[in-house]
Design a protein around this ligand. Structure first.
Ligand SMILES: [Zn+2]
Length: 155
């Protein structure tokens, strides 16, 4: 059998459930199988860690949309450490975060001096300064993520 393109792991804690997704979200994301594996009792807030999402295509967006739509989780669903690839789609396709709260993201920020993107981790809490700049890993200067994306994700 071919290895799944998306793997998932659940950890049940006293106060929350951590679901870690890793890999590629595409038409092979069988969200119904994932939902069936989640606990049906003591459904504490669900933290979904998306740091390991490397790619997502248009069919994957559709599958993800149905995943969150069909989840029907009774307590908050928190999206954490969304990879920059996932964050990109999330800010362009607001339906993807329907019913979820986006807690933290990685966002690709362009440094013209290094001529490269670098990922900055941003916690989307009420203390976030949307105009804040981030130091490039080579220490050349502070660069700002696209503010409109942050605003969309915080709504
Ligand atoms: Zn730089």
């Amino acid at each position: 059998m071919r290895a799944p393109r998306l793997s998932w792991k659940t950890e049940i804690h006293d106060t929350d459930i951590l679901l870690t997704l890793d890999g590629i979200i595409d038409e092979n994301f069988h969200y119904d199988e994932l939902i069936a594996k989640l606990p049906t009792e003591n459904r504490q807030p669900l933290r979904v860690n998306l740091k390991g999402i490397k790619r997502i295509n248009s069919m994957g967006i559709r599958q993800w949309y149905y995943f969150v739509k069909n989840l029907e989780w009774p307590t908050p669903v928190l999206l954490e450490e969304c990879s920059s690839v996932f964050t990109d789609f999330l800010s362009n396709t607001k339906e993807m975060s329907q019913g979820c709260q986006v807690k933290s993201i990685y966002m690709a920020v362009w440094c013209p001096e290094c001529e490269d993107d670098f990922d900055v981790r941003i916690d989307l809490d009420e203390n976030l300064d949307l105009d804040q700049g981030y130091l490039c890993p080579n220490g050349s200067d502070y660069y700002k993520p696209e503010k409109w994306r942050l605003e969309v994700l915080m709504k």
